[in-house]
Ligand binder design. Structure first.
Ligand code: SF4
Length: 453
């Protein structure tokens, strides 16, 4: 029997237990007899470093000055993460390194499996993996943010839970003999320690986005689309004893949403999810979803201009989006709207059309979350830049994470012009928000607060 430790590393927001290692843990417990344990070092780091904020976020009776406190928290964490990442780049140890390393060593693992979901986790992971391998402990990595620099210091990079099981058992495992019908076991974490007033449990209904169409997106690149069993989802919800659930899927098709809502109907829970505002989401449908506890939807609206939406291949249009937001609001659901400014070729007029669109629909919008377009590898735009007016892609090497990607365009707003225009409209956008704007940083708080009507 081997001692295997699954680790989640700093830095990301410690708002909920990590889905990735809970899924690995639950799969391994159902399929092997080895000694499997988990460690959320990201939470441990934040509990020590930001103890007063932890206390604040646990008690929402104190949230009168939420914007002010969260703005302070955001600035402090940005500074802390950046200073620590610089230390790693210089070959120094990041803050609290000995404490967190000790947490791993104390468990005497033979294998440590790291889940790297965000590139912001790559630095701390790099420091830990380098140290552990020096001490003769096997380190394996998996997750969407594993990069070449991390690959170079780890023993192995694994694609999925089956490869991890094969690695642990040192032999090929046969799919036919595996049990995929397992509920997620969140009892391995102290759920009350996360930075929310109530535990918010992440769930997934599907393996990946079924749509896979947006030209700027690479979230779906590897996995085939599959739906998880409804029995497993229900068992996870019941076993967790939780009340708030965040469906972290990038996108869930309507047929699956309706099936899930039937499961959730009798469970007396509140949940939220991320969707594209497509026209099949009518008032009737949204009311049905709301009746099952859906109180908040994060909508990938992206733009209020039809030409830009078409170029994004979002499969939506302005008119439908407007109708869906109104139906959702009238159905008792809170609406969070994601916007991308500065999509390649977007003109100043089109940018302003999106601002006008948001103002026009402000009654049906509870929070706006904006980003300025960033070019990602393995996207349709990256592979066909000229179709999107991109004349040059510039990649600058970085020490621990993947190269930074900049680009030049022949038409439309440049990236810096879009940033400047977005900053110039901060007040206008701020007036639309019903939630504190800093809740964009802690989306789980919206779920705890957003009771719906
Ligand atoms: S942006 Fe969302 S809906 Fe579009 S392809 Fe990516 S995951 Fe799917």
């Amino acid at each position: 029997m081997k001692n295997v430790l699954l680790v989640y590393v700093p830095f990301c927001t410690p708002a909920s237990p990590p889905y990735s290692i809970t899924n690995l843990y639950s799969f391994l417990k159902s399929n092997c007899k080895d000694n499997i344990s988990v460690l959320d070092l990201n939470l441990e780091f934040h509990k020590i470093k930001f103890a007063s904020f932890s206390a604040y976020y646990h008690d929402f009776n104190k949230w009168d000055n939420y914007n002010e406190v969260t703005d302070q928290y955001r600035k402090l964490t940005v500074k802390t993460y950046s200073e620590n990442n610089k230390r790693v780049v210089k070959g120094e140890k990041p803050e609290l390194f000995e404490e967190l390393l000790g947490g791993i060593i104390d468990r005497k693992p033979e294998i440590v499996a790291f889940s790297i979901v965000y590139s912001s986790q790559a630095f701390y992971a790099f420091a830990l993996v380098t140290e552990l391998t020096k001490r003769g402990i096997k380190c394996v990595l998996g997750g969407p943010a594993v990069n070449d620099k991390l690959k170079a210091v780890a023993d192995k990079v694994l694609e999925n839970e089956i490869e991890l099981l094969s690695y642990i058992q040192n032999m090929e495992v046969s799919h036919d003999r595996l049990n995929f019908n397992y509920a997620l076991d969140y009892s391995v974490f102290d759920l009350k320690d996360y930075f929310t007033p109530y535990p918010v449990i992440p769930l997934k209904a599907t393996t990946t986005c079924y749509y896979k169409g947006c030209t700027f997106c690479n979230h779906f690149k590897k996995s085939p689309y599959m739906e998880y069993s409804l029995e497993m989802i229900e068992e996870t919800v019941v076993k967790s004893n939780g009340k708030y659930f965040f469906l972290i899927d990038d996108m869930i098709p309507l047929s699956m949403l309706l099936k899930i809502s039937k499961v959730f109907l009798g469970l007396n829970i509140k949940w939220c999810c991320q969707l594209r505002p497509t026209k099949e989401l009518t008032l009737d449908v949204l009311q049905e979803l709301h009746a099952s506890g859906l109180i908040l939807i994060i909508w990938g609206v992206e733009s209020g201009n039809d030409r830009v939406l078409k170029l994004m291949n979002k499969g939506t249009n302005k008119e439908d989006i407007q109708r869906v937001l109104a139906a959702s609001h009238n159905g008792g659901i809170k609406n969070i709207v994601y916007i991308i400014f500065g999509f390649p070729t977007e003109t100043k007029e089109e940018f302003l059309e999106t601002i006008g669109f948001l103002k026009l629909n402000q009654e049906n919008i509870d929070l706006v979350s904006t980003a300025v377009f960033g070019l990602q590898k393995n996207t349709l735009i990256y592979n066909n830049p000229s179709r999107f007016g991109i004349t040059k892609i510039i990649e600058t090497e970085r020490t621990v994470i993947e190269p930074r990607i900049d680009y030049q365009t022949s038409i439309g707003l440049s990236n810096s012009e879009a940033k400047k225009m977005r900053d110039g409209h901060k007040r206008t956008l701020g007036k639309i928000n019903k939630y504190p704007k800093t809740m964009n940083f802690f989306r789980e708080h919206m779920l705890c607060l957003g009771q719906g009507s």
